[in-house]
Write a protein that binds this ligand. Sequence first.
Ligand SMILES: [Mn+2]
Length: 322
Amino acid sequence: MADIRYDIIGDIHGHVLELRQLLQTLGYREAGEGYIHPEKKRKPLFVGDYIDRGSESVEVLDLVMGMEQAGEAVALMGNHEFNALCYHTPGEAGEPLRPHTAKNTKQHEATLAGLARHNTSFSKYRDWLLSLPLFLEEDGFRAVHACWDETRIAFLRDRMPAARLSDSLLTEAAARGSELYDAVEVVLKGREIDLPEGLFFYDKDGHIRYNMRIRWWENPEGATYNDLRVKPDCDCGDAPVALDLLPDRWHYGSAEKPVFFGHYWLQGDPALFRDNVCCLDYSIGKGETLAAYTWDGKPRLNSENFTAIRHRMHGWGAIRSV
Ligand SMILES: [Mn+2]
């Protein structure tokens, strides 16, 4: 896939109107059921989380699946796709791999409602969702839904041909305690550490949390909990991070090739974390922004390459376009 110029697109979460607006702003034109770019060899690379939250999960699946199957896009798996596969797949005892608890069902309810409204079933999308790779490495960049953890990615490369799950691997990955579970968890949901004793916060859904997502691209040595939090929306304390909770002391270094991911529900205008670290989830799922980065092959990233579409309730308009 050398020579291809990618428009890397963050979490969509059931917002097909914003996705269409973004593709048009990037210069794509409608062609059949999908979009193509007049520049040959330019295509979208989606970093996962197509479904849930927004009311157009089915429409997003139809569009992204159609483009991917036509060879006009690359699509990675997000944690919402993984969760949905587990939700709709029975395990050996017949119980779903992801239990149908109130919390799990609520996380998935917008997609369930969309499927019912379209009088269609999850099985239409299942094989395609299962075929989505969990990560992508190209000569000039890497992409993953949440975390390019080198140890876990190496393990997954070993276990998963072409970075893809299968039915038996899905069952294994859903079993808490397995090494595959741990690797998929980190790659699709990010690295976390427990907060110091007595500290907790409430997440965006009002659930109490005793651990926090960390900036896996920052050196944890000498950092405080607040230094390592991804977003400034919780006070995680200024105590030094307990390094024994991060046994490998690993972080994604500044000399590595650029890495793109989504997942973190960022707010505001898209910005780079570093010139080789780019998160593209700007919370369209919460009424904010759908973001893309146009990768031009350069080894260092440039914030001029962002394009972003505000949620429809703000009125249409691109924040910035290349
Ligand atoms: Mn996610």
